[in-house]
Design a protein around this ligand. Sequence first.
Ligand code: F6P
Length: 322
Amino acid sequence: MSVKTIAVLTSGGDAPGMNAAVRAVARTALTSGMRVFGVRRGYNGLLNGDVIDMNLRSVSDIIHHGGTMLYTARSPEFNTPEGVKKAADMCRQMEIDGVVVIGGDGSFRGARDLTNAGINCIGIPGTIDNDIACSEYTIGYDTAMNTAMEMVDRLRDTTESHDRCSVVEVMGRRCGDLALNTGIAVGATTILVPEIPFDFEKDVIGRMLFTQKTGKKHFIIVVAEGVGGVSEISKRIQESTGIESRATILGHVQRGGSPTLRDRVVASEMGNRAVKLLQEGLGNRVVAMSDGKIVDYDITVALSMKRVFNKELYDVALQISI
Ligand code: F6P
């Protein structure tokens, strides 16, 4: 079957670099002679036929912008068998042969279901959390790490001036990658992640008191969202050590901003590969990164993979941030 028309959508939480991926998808398809629809607000746009007929200029001047020009949403209606059928019917009505879905695991499950309903879909990992098992890298992760690092650097200034402790929460609901890398980059005394169980007295208080004895007067503790409780942690630190402590949740500021070079380049490569897969008549695949190379996997296989936390890097942090 020759692929004449494709669609592209962004779904779930936005991530810096999604625009670069949309641009790559649109330009690869258009320059290969295909028609391209940009679908607005994720799967909701497919259900309602809310699309933009794209040309080469539709994606001009977006590569450096955060967010997503296509908007994004989570769609409860699409997450039902009736919703999937309605979206597939809408694709057939608009003569869409394939869809590129940029998002996280939930978006990939939707892409799998839509492929099963007869519309070939390719997933591209886009989320700041880096929590997609099949890919060592997700679009938005690099920008978010750098944003978090910059924010904690600012906190460090005031923490140092006051001889305080700052307990900072960074995003990552199920995944400590953002916390681990930010924590190393800012020299956090302790990094708490959902993947590694911790003993509060030993791993938080014990490390603080040890470094205090060696002359340290201010402290940064980085906590992943999946561990949470930064206010409580901060209170307990102050009670146990007498060191004045403040809690900060960085929150959604980490999701915005101009994407880094790495996010723009990876997004461009992944977008290009996704269209080529559709062109080969393939569906139910996800583009990923493995050993620094762009690869692709069957979505069902990809969704069954287990994430491996970088314990070696965590151990490096334990040894040197002391
Ligand atoms: O993009 C992933 C993520 O940033 C998680 O770390 C966070 O829990 C979630 O999104 C919050 O998303 P929202 O506020 O859009 O529901």
